[in-house]
Ligand binder design. Structure first.
Ligand code: FAD
Length: 479
């Protein structure tokens, strides 16, 4: 293959998020040139307005909360002063430093970035900022954006979206609202809702389903996390259909149909967190000829190839394809796989069988593998059990007994098929479960592994033991 001209690249990448970067770096390792494209901020959602800023501020809010409500008798509450602008300032600085190190500094050496809105002219040509570029292979990694539900009046009121933690962009929230109505009860609503409540905002979450996280999670999760959020004084309204919104003075009023009848709820600000959709509708996809699915996602095979053989897609834009989820590690792994498959004959397949996921509430909700319902639907004779986290010695020792652990296993082979944990440290513990699932560990493997005492990871051992014995009647560390 002849070396491409200046406006030609081996790999054209639409987007510059974590998926795009993983692909560009892999292309470079394979001796190829790559062009990334960006209309917002280099690095995409995760570093600028997603994972990094949200986890930074969630931890800050937890520090405040723990100081105001220490859970140990003998430690009195204190009320640390909050300088919200200062908090946002450190978040922006952190984001800038991280972006510089993990994204900007990686450009060069065959990897370039072009700024502006990108669209296909044909399946090998893109246009961006009035310039045209050709590529031998193309990767679509344009990520996702907030979905706006069709609600009367929404076009006429100011509102925030899941992009509110962005830095250096106009939609960044720089003032702490006294009250906040959140439309939606998914992971972003729960994470940001608890964060704002702990920073001092009065938060109301409006979820249209009968329970929080009713789809895709174990049925125990919704009521458990709801109880925990309500302990934080967050108001959670389920079966809530928002029928209209309007401004009222300097606030927002939402008309809501609930089980108890029609209500009007008022707050200083409105956050619309009703999900995200792939950015595939403004990139001239029809000119590339790549097929788009019902959720707006790009259709790909297990090699992340679209129906156009030299056009690939990965990251948030392929949500749902072969079990793909909107999460940075999924996009990063798949971006590298797409770049590999674009240039190599030894094709790699995506592997979404074991995808650990965490909702970073306090305590976190961590899940991996199948739920009980999914295991039964997949034909497994199913054993499962749910235990309160209070059975884990460490939870008692550190006086944080909020949460549950549930394990799903095949009743005949004892292979562990899924784990859900809500509890202190669950975001770390879930990796033991994930590694177990990856290597098809059985209940006896979880029981036989010596666990450090006292740790939250013992939750997995104890719930596995409950298949055979009453976990209430165990001595410390005993099997
Ligand atoms: C509030 C929040 C918290 C999150 N927390 C976590 C978390 O804790 N852990 C986790 O794993 N995931 C988290 N996520 C999800 C994670 O951020 C995404 O899954 C991930 O960033 C997707 O990466 P991507 O490269 O596929 O897309 P993106 O990072 O969105 O990158 C796509 C880029 O393409 C650009 N683009 C789109 N269209 C065009 C166009 N036509 N022209 C030019 N540029 C274009 C966009 O501006 C964007 O920068 C969070 C998301 C949000 C919103």
């Amino acid at each position: 293959m002849a070396k491409p001209q200046a406006d030609e690249f081996d790999l054209l990448i639409l987007g510059s998020g974590s998926t795009a970067f993983a692909a560009a770096l892999r292309a470079r390792e394979l001796g190829k040139t790559a062009l990334m494209t960006e209309e917002r901020t280099i690095g995409g959602t995760c570093v600028n307005r997603g994972c990094l800023p949200s986890k930074n501020l969630i931890e800050a809010a937890k520090l405040l909360y723990d100081a105001r409500a220490p859970r140990y008798p003998g430690i009195g509450p204190t009320a640390p002063a909050l300088d919200f602008q200062g908090l946002i300032g450190q978040k922006d600085e952190l984001v800038r430093a991280y972006r510089a190190k993990k994204y900007e500094s990686l450009l060069g050496d065959g990897v370039r970035l072009e700024r502006g809105h990108v669209a296909f002219l044909d399946d090998r040509t893109i246009e961006i900022g009035g310039k045209r570029f050709r590529g031998d292979r193309v990767l679509i990694a344009t990520g996702s954006r907030p979905v706006l539900p069709p609600i009367d009046g929404l076009d006429d009121v100011p509102f925030l979206t899941s992009d509110l933690l962005t830095s250096d962009e106009p939609m960044e929230l720089t003032g702490l609202p006294p009250s906040l109505l959140i439309l939606g009860g998914g992971y972003i609503a729960l994470e940001l809702g608890q964060m704002f409540q702990r920073l001092g905002t009065n938060v109301t979450i409006l979820e249209r389903g009968e329970e929080l996280l009713a789809r895709g999670y174990e049925p125990e999760v919704g009521p458990t996390i709801r109880g925990i959020l309500e302990q934080d004084d967050i108001r959670v309204v389920t079966s809530a259909q928002v029928t209209g919104v309007r401004t009222d003075g300097d606030g927002i009023v939402a008309a809501v149909a609930t089980r108890g009848g029609a209500r009007e709820l008022r707050a200083a600000r409105l956050l619309v967190a009703t999900g995200r959709r792939p950015n595939t509708d403004a990139i001239g996809i029809e000119k590339a000829g790549a097929e788009v699915g019902p959720r707006g996602q790009i259709r790909v095979d297990r090699h992340l190839r679209t129906n156009v053989p030299h056009v690939f897609a990965a990251g948030d834009v392929v949500v749902g394809e072969h079990g793909s989820q909107m999460a940075t590690p999924v996009g990063s792994q798949d971006g590298a796989i797409a770049a590999h498959n674009a240039f190599r004959a030894d094709l790699r397949e995506v592997d979404h069988r074991v995808v650990p996921r965490v909702i970073f509430t306090d305590p976190p909700i961590a899940v991996v593998g199948l739920t009980e319902e999914q295991a039964i639907a997949a034909g497994h004779p199913c054993w499962c059990n749910t235990l309160p986290i209070s059975l884990v010695p460490r939870a008692g020792a550190i006086r944080d007994t909020r949460g549950i652990v549930k394990m799903v296993a095949d009743a005949e082979t004892h292979e562990v098929l899924g784990v859900t944990m809500i509890g202190h440290g669950a975001a770390e513990v879930i990796h033991e479960a994930a590694m177990g699932l990856r290597f098809r560990a059985t209940l006896l493997d979880f029981i036989g592994l010596l666990h450090v005492y006292p740790t939250m990871a013992e939750a997995l051992k104890i719930v596995a033991i409950s298949r055979f014995k009453d976990p209430e009647r165990l001595s410390c560390c005993a099997e």
